[in-house]
Ligand binder design. Structure first.
Ligand code: E4P
Length: 216
């Protein structure tokens, strides 16, 4: 399973990259709005740090506007992936960009039918939003299971990128379901390392060693 980080924060990206577990980055307009500086410059810096796909989202809602923005975003770096909303215009733009060999991440996916549509349009990645579904008492991870089954049934190559991840159990469930990628907020990445028995065990090893060395 690949791990992407879901942030526009360069410090968080650097730290996750140093851990050696980072395969890519997803941003969105809301995440970039939290950062200081020009978003195009921020995306350029991110693309230099990470050796993997970096999703950058358009805000146009019509096909032609999306394609214009996509062109500008794709010029930032070779590893930019264009993020498009899952609407009829988004799907049209997806078809066009993928036919030009540009990678596309279809975002704001909340149903299996939306996932089927974007796969048919040749999307590189599909981003079902699990946390936002959970927020409205729907089954976010259930959607991942459905998409995985549908893609397997028809041999679609679109990668399932689990988005709107809120806690470590989303990642466990996604891995058990065979999702290709999870995009994870920095806070949840740090939570993934945590286990109380690791902390207790480490403390004991250190204190026993210090006793042995007469250092306590
Ligand atoms: C990433 O591609 C999505 O934009 C992001 O995961 C959405 O997360 P949120 O629902 O926590 O805003």
């Amino acid at each position: 399973m690949k791990f992407f980080i879901d942030t526009g924060n360069v410090d968080e990206i650097r730290e996750a990259a140093e851990m050696g577990i980072l395969d890519g980055v997803t941003t969105n307009p809301s995440l970039l709005s939290k950062e200081k500086g020009n978003p195009f410059e921020i995306l350029k810096t991110i693309c230099e740090i990470v050796d993997g796909p970096v999703s950058a989202e358009v805000i146009a809602t019509k096909r032609d506007g999306m394609l214009e923005e996509a062109k500008k975003l794709a010029e930032i770096a070779d590893n930019i992936v264009i993020k498009l909303p899952t609407t009829p215009d988004g799907v049209k733009a997806c078809k066009e960009l993928t036919s030009q060999g540009i990678k596309v991440n279809m975002t704001l996916v909340f149903s299996p039918l939306q996932a089927l549509l974007v796969a048919k349009a040749g999307a590189t990645f599909v981003s079902p939003f699990v946390g936002r579904l959970d927020d409205i008492s729907s089954d976010g991870m259930g959607l991942i299971g459905q998409v995985a089954q549908i893609y397997e049934n028809y041999g679609f190559e679109t990668e399932i990128l689990v988005a709107s991840v809120r806690h470590p159990m989303h990642i466990v469930q996604a891995a058990l379901m065979g999702a290709d990628i999870c995009t994870i907020p920095f806070k949840v990445i740090t939570q993934m390392f945590k286990h109380p028995l690791t902390d207790i065990g480490l403390e004991k090893f250190i204190s026993d060693w210090k006793k042995l060395m007469g250092e306590d």
